[in-house]
Design a protein around this ligand. Structure first.
Ligand code: GRF
Length: 206
């Protein structure tokens, strides 16, 4: 029998979102366990964070595979072996193929630093800042086959004020990510997320 709700985090970079989720598991606000870090980069700071936290790492270099689907099949086999319940993308810099997207439909989420569908893709904070919008924010969404196009689970707005610089805006976005992603992961671990096509409902009070 499975002992707990198992989370795998995919990340390629600094790992602040990874850390936020690990910390929320440690303080009991997520009732589950981070069972695995998956990364495509051996030297990414997030790998060091995982080692420090005693979390298993599965690091594979996609360049060693002629087909991206082969690379993902190997990851999917590891996730299945570990009976992973939820895949959490946190700055994972590769687009996923149907191998992962289809297998984990409804069980794979991503965080994006804008109010989607505005500013999908890379450099979203900079895009919003340069565009001159007065409101941006953070979105947590399901992963589908497109670029940041899956159903929205949660969003939180961040205002862009006259005195903001790009770096102060980045700091505000990071602050929102810090609380939003762990909160959404806890909803999944507690079985509160209801899906009806693109309409996602959170059953806060049962
Ligand atoms: C975050 O801004 C997240 O929204 C985006 O990638 C960035 C990852 O940062 N998807 P980190 O590696 O978690 O620090």
């Amino acid at each position: 029998m499975k002992s707990s709700y198992k989370i795998a985090i995919f990340a390629s970079g600094g790992g602040s979102n990874f850390q936020n989720i690990v910390d929320a598991v440690l303080d009991g606000s997520i009732r589950g366990e981070v069972a695995l870090l998956v990364s495509n980069k051996q030297d990414a700071p997030v790998v060091e964070r995982a080692r420090k936290a005693g979390i298993d790492c599965f690091v594979l270099n996609p360049k060693e595979y002629s087909e991206r689907s082969q690379y993902e099949l190997e990851i999917a086999a590891e996730l299945e072996r570990r009976e992973i319940d939820l895949v959490v993308l946190a700055g994972y810099m590769l687009l996923l193929t149907p191998v992962m997207v289809d297998r984990y439909a409804g069980k794979m989420i991503n965080i994006h630093p804008s109010l989607l569908p505005s500013f999908p893709g890379m450099h979203a904070i900079e895009q919003a800042y340069n565009y001159g919008v007065k409101l941006t924010g953070v979105t947590v969404h399901f992963v589908d086959g497109g670029m940041d196009s899956g159903a929205v689970i949660a969003q939180e707005a961040v205002s862009i004020d006259d005195e903001d610089t790009l770096s102060s805006l980045e700091a505000k976005v990071r602050d929102v990510e810090k609380t939003l992603y762990p909160k959404v992961v806890s909803w999944f671990a507690d079985g509160l997320v209801e899906v009806d096509g693109r309409k996602i409902t959170i059953n806060h009070i049962k």
